[in-house]
Design a protein around this ligand. Structure first.
Ligand code: SAH
Length: 250
């Protein structure tokens, strides 16, 4: 069987129990070497054959998977964070589908969730925003024109921008077309790794602050008033509010 597993954002303890269990049984593991923490591989058997996909093409990855599958081995493809977020997952699954090879996907803790934990914030603050936008700037991979940062910024929702910290000046220019310059912003570098860094600022000054810290990769930019301190209390725990599990006093 072939498993795509989310390895989590960095801290090896943030892989799921299920992901770790399958990894510990793997005969072959292919990991995304540029971002997956190598320490996660300590959960694998000592004779597990390990490949770093950073040096491989899609065809090579699929060839290793096919061979393992034909030999009845357990093959694990380790993705950083969760495989469904910028994971180039579909193209791999499509090749396996073509070959009639079965696979399962085990989710992981995405880096944007580790970033919220590092920031000690809640992305969906009552009375502030109930929407989270995950996006990126176009790089070698394009982004549809209808999703340009300026139009997404117009919602003033919580926005988490992946894969774009190296273009932070351009990114901020586009964000300013939707968010006020005083909107809070944060850069989280290597969330959950020992070298994690958090830079807090506003749309106006976050680029300078992040550059001063030398952050130019493996970071997320988070923007929105969820980083502020004004919000309403939730209805769920409101003493006057009745719901399925609890009768309120009103
Ligand atoms: N599937 C991954 C994302 C892969 S795209 C996930 O769910 O997290 C790679 C981008 O993710 C990086 O450029 C960076 O923007 C972000 N990233 C990955 N790990 C990170 C971490 N630990 N801290 C901050 N950003 C991270």
């Amino acid at each position: 069987m072939i498993y795509f597993i989310g390895a989590g954002p960095g801290d090896p303890e943030l892989i799921t129990v299920k992901g770790k269990k399958i990894l510990s049984q793997a005969d072959i593991a292919i990991y995304a070497g540029s971002l997956v923490n190598i320490e996660v591989l300590e959960f694998a058997k000592s004779d597990c054959v390990v490949y770093n996909s950073a040096y491989m093409t899609l065809e090579e990855v699929i060839a290793i998977m096919s061979e393992g599958h034909q030999n009845g081995e357990t093959v694990v493809r380790l993705h950083t964070g969760d495989p469904s977020v910028y994971g180039a997952l579909r193209e791999q699954m499509r090749e396996l589908d073509k070959r009639g090879m079965e696979y399962k996907v085990i989710p992981g803790v995405s880096s944007f969730l580790a970033a919220a934990a590092a920031l000690k914030k809640e992305y969906t603050l009552p009375g502030v925003t109930q929407t989270v936008i995950l996006t990126r700037m176009e790089g070698r991979t394009g982004v549809p024109a209808s999703e340009d940062i300026a139009s997404l910024a117009a919602h003033n929702a919580t926005m988490i921008i992946f894969l774009s910290i190296g273009m932070i000046d351009e990114l901020i220019e586009r964000l300013k077309q939707g968010y006020g310059g005083d909107t809070p912003a944060a850069v989280v570098y290597k969330a959950s790794w020992p070298e994690q860094k958090i830079v807090m600022g506003t749309v106006d000054d976050i680029a300078e602050k992040a550059k001063r810290e030398g952050i130019n990769k493996t970071a997320l930019l988070a923007v929105g008033n969820f980083l502020g301190d004004e919000y309403e209390l939730s209805r769920l725990y409101d003493s006057g509010f009745t719901h399925e599990y609890r009768r309120g006093t009103e």
